[in-house]
Design a protein around this ligand. Structure first.
Ligand code: BDP
Length: 689
């Protein structure tokens, strides 16, 4: 009888849940209580703050809240201080961030504390890899929200509405900058038509505290300015950039600065003229300086000739330490290779002591299942940020080496490659919104824990309270135990699951060619650059598997500070999660578990598959708590992810088995796909590309 009652209640609740398309993100409107807001100053940003309080107040009806601009030395940048009845900050943006925090706490039930809340990084910026034709490199959520092909320069009311929603979402999590175009930049972006559209975007974003930035192509002086060279030391080139930057600031007076991918993956750069990264970056920095602009210069460089791609950024940039202007920040991907499901942190963090560095994370899931796989990236970024570099003694974490705690930096910054597109729910997968949310939250507070972030996001995004009908406290309790707890756990486990079914034990870059989605450890066309093929990374052979980066191998371990260099160098002390990143080991190598390396690989791949199966169970069970639109969408994606995980496991184990010649442990599920068929399908796809 009791059971029947709860089934009835459950069905009742489900039918009460209003369909949600996810467009409101974590900012779903809720019935507000009346509130009086007192603010003696006026600005567009403050008007937004006041309106947000009025639209979202969940506290005691009739409360008076005072918004005050102060000169509190404890408050830095756009930080703020909250109390029961007030928000204080040193500037308008701080007030706005404080208001969003206030409302978030009301919705999630977190108490209001009187501490000062300062951001970890001054510049918290999204990088959109959006092209002028509206396509997005590595975008899985539709076309660009900024650019399009047809009627490219008309700014419609719909554009403005979307940009405003985008700005609001970013402001609500503290993101204060955005690069509007792809790092593989088209020179066109600097043409007046585009710059005018940049202005239109900037005008919408400004009241929300966001600045706009652009990626530029280093050869623009030749391509656009018709000069003979783009040599950064050439006076005409210097003059061209100065004039262009002056023009940009005349159109967008608070323009943030430039992002540059140079001498990297075929992009032009200072090295084409025998100059260094510092020559190139400083030339742009000097032109930006009078306006307060910055240069974010990427360290993502590698050439075909290097024996180990993982070493190259360090090799190229370390000798330049101390040579960059103070408005240059070197933008460094979290790992030494390329946004893999797991990499050790880039050895550049903490090593460049006289140069500003900023971490770059990839929110869009290029190597992590695009917008089909549910992968919560917070644990991955947390792992990187909290890694100890040991560069200035114990506790020199990547976070502390980049947020100004250890090294003096004129600017501190952190970037995330956006996963945003025109899809109604912005990110393709409903749970991919959590990664956008996480990036903002971590950029604001680098010490937040993944668990807290997941919990906040779930409460804001999925809590449905049909309380008027059912009595809220009962609902609350069951929502917490039957939805929040299991779904949070699923999120927290999801990144490790992806590592398990894709690249366990330090394997990396064994994705299928070009699109980097499915497995492709075999892919190596004859004339292809070796470092663009998976066998270069896994080195599987009869004698074992893994990339030897020890002192006897490529010596990449030497780029790390002690004790890491020694720890990584010895397979007995190297964390097993990085084992095959640093070592080439026999298939029969004994793991800590007592398994052979081969068996361990099999168990890990299998575990990944089982984890995704369990996510499906978790999700199906929470159906009563989720509106049907989002429930079905996530359920469908999980089915795809499950099939993909099995494919990954079968493909990798059957492929590696050709070298190990060892059986898959008999207690594990047998492969359900044949390797030759997987390879045939894959090659059909990769040649079609
Ligand atoms: C790689 C992507 C490529 C990007 C490049 C980059 O495959 O599309 O252009 O990174 O970050 O991961 O520049």
């Amino acid at each position: 009888m009791k059971h029947l009652f709860s089934v009835c209640c459950t069905l009742f609740i489900t039918t009460l849940l209003i369909a949600q398309d996810g467009h409101e993100l974590w900012l779903r409107s809720s019935k507000a209580q009346p509130v009086n807001v007192v603010c003696s100053e006026k600005s567009p940003t403050l008007s937004i703050a006041i309106q947000e309080l009025k639209d979202g107040w969940q506290g005691k009806p009739g409360t008076t809240i005072t918004l005050t601009i102060t000169k509190d030395k404890a408050i830095q940048y756009d930080g703020y201080k909250l109390s029961e009845n007030a928000v204080q900050a040193n500037n308008n943006k701080g007030i706005l961030y404080g208001v969003y925090d206030f409302l978030r706490r009301q919705q999630t039930g977190e108490s209001i504390t009187n501490e000062v809340n300062n951001p970890s990084y001054e510049v918290r910026i999204l990088n959109h890899w959006d092209n002028p034709d509206g396509s997005i490199e590595r975008g899985y959520a539709g076309h660009s929200i900024f650019w399009r092909n047809d009627d490219a320069f008309a700014v419609t009311a719909q554009d403005k509405k979307l940009w405003q929603e985008y700005a609001r979402a970013n402001a609500s999590i503290g993101i204060n900058g955005t690069v509007l175009n792809n790092v593989n930049a088209s020179p066109q972006i600097l043409n007046p038509d585009y710059l005018n559209r940049v202005k239109a975007i900037a005008d919408i974003l400004r009241p929300y505290g966001m600045k706009v930035y652009l990626s530029v192509k280093f050869s623009s002086p030749v391509l656009l300015g018709k000069l003979k060279t783009s040599d950064p030391l050439d006076p005409e080139v210097i003059g061209w950039w100065k004039a262009k930057i002056k023009e940009i600031y005349s159109i967008v007076p608070d323009f943030g600065g430039l992002l540059v991918k140079a001498s990297s993956e075929g992009q032009p750069g200072p090295q084409d003229f025998g100059r260094t990264h510092a020559d190139g970056a400083n030339m742009l920095a000097d032109a930006l300086k009078p306006y307060g602009g910055i240069v974010m210069w990427r360290a993502f460089v590698y050439s075909a000739n290097d024996k180990d791609r993982a070493k190259q950024a360090y090799n190229e940039f370390m000798p330049l330490d101390g040579q960059f202007r103070d408005n240059v920040i070197i933008q460094v991907k979290n790992g030494p290779i390329d946004f893999q499901p797991r990499e050790p942190f880039s050895a550049l963090f903490g090593a460049m002591k006289k140069t500003s560095l900023m971490p770059e994370f990839q929110i869009t899931q290029e190597y992590l299942g695009h917008s089909i796989h549910l992968v919560f990236l917070s644990p991955m970024w947390e792992e990187c940020l909290q890694s100890d570099t040991y560069q200035q003694g114990d506790g020199s974490t990547v976070a502390r080496c980049t947020d100004g705690s250890i090294y003096q930096q004129k600017y501190t910054a952190i970037a995330g490659v956006a996963n945003i597109g025109l899809d109604t729910n912005w990110c393709g997968h409903h749970f991919a919104q959590a990664n956008w949310y996480t990036f903002g939250r971590l950029a604001w507070n680098v010490n937040l824990k993944s668990e807290q972030i997941a919990e906040e996001w779930l409460k804001l995004t999925f809590y449905n309270d049909p309380s008027d009908k059912l009595g809220s406290s009962d609902y609350n309790a069951s929502w917490t135990s039957d939805f929040l707890k299991p779904v949070k756990q699923m999120m927290l486990d999801s990144r490790e699951a992806a590592v398990n079914y894709m690249t366990p034990l330090g394997l990396h870059h064994i994705m299928s060619a070009n699109e980097h989605y499915g497995p492709g450890p075999w892919w190596a066309p004859e004339k292809m650059r070796a470092d663009w093929t998976p066998p270069y990374y896994h080195q599987a052979a009869g004698n074992g598997v893994g990339f030897d980066r020890t002192l006897k191998g490529s010596d990449a371990v030497e780029q790390y500070h002690q004790p890491l260099a020694s720890q990584f160098n010895d397979p007995a002390t190297c964390p097993e999660k990085f084992l095959l990143w640093f070592h080439h080991l026999p298939w029969s190598y004994q793991m800590k578990s007592g398994h052979t390396l081969w068996d361990e690989l099999c168990y890990d791949y299998d575990k990944g598959v089982q984890q995704v199966h369990s996510f499906q169970k978790t999700w199906d069970k929470v159906q009563p708590y989720v509106d049907s639109t989002r429930f079905i969408a996530v359920q469908r994606s999980l089915r795809g992810q499950s099939q993909n995980a099995v494919l990954w496991k079968d493909a990798c184990l059957l492929y590696f088995q050709q070298f190990s010649q060892m059986p898959i442990p008999y207690e594990l599920e047998r492969p359900v796909n044949n390797l030759d068929e997987i390879i045939k399908n894959d090659s059909r796809r990769t040649t079609e590309h």
